[in-house]
Design a protein around this ligand. Sequence first.
Ligand SMILES: [Mg+2]
Length: 244
Amino acid sequence: MGARASGHPFPTPAPPGDTSAVARRTLFFDIDGTLLLTRRAGRSALHQAMREEFGLAEVDDQGIRFGGRTDRELVAAFLRTAGIDPSPLNQGRLRRRYVSAFRQAVRSTPGGVLPGVLDLIRELSQHSQVRLAVMTGNFPETARMKLECFGLLEYFSWIVGGDLDASRCDLARRAAARLIRRGGGGFTVIGDTVHDVRCARAIDARCLAVCTGSGTREELEREKADHIVDDLTDQSALAYLLQA
Ligand SMILES: [Mg+2]
């Protein structure tokens, strides 16, 4: 309500305040490659949105780097590459069309929830010392659709999406600052790429890296992730995330 009153067209929910005597640790899960895979549903929806909203016959995304970028930055990059002014108006048009196209795309994706995810988050949701949040470069609307489509939405109390920041580290800093103002405890980032590890460093968080996405174990080790598992069936992941 506050965000809408301030005129922002896509309000992001406020983080939950911490009412417990002991501040809980917030576990920030990345989505793609960490919780689930959607097999390029986002890219195909963005292409469709560009064609439909701006009347393009073809969309060229050669030279657009996807890894580690937020959807806000990707939308601007697609517009620039097509020679369209990346004005706030055009970004808003593309975002709306993309979200609409994504709704269909995610329903038909051959992707799914990654191994061990459901058991892990069900177990974590029983522990009052942690709260589960999502931190992703996706727009909050499409992040929500992904979680909903695969039955994960109910477990997460907050979605931090890539609608306000160009870089994931800035997104992480903004989320951490909001939680600290509300009395939140420490943070842990769970992700599949070096970008997630860098996000963790940016907010002085621990990082659990998982090798189910686009990052290799070698890359994650080189980036010095605190704990690395092949996938979330590894029982050491639960123990690590429940550490005080
Ligand atoms: Mg990822």
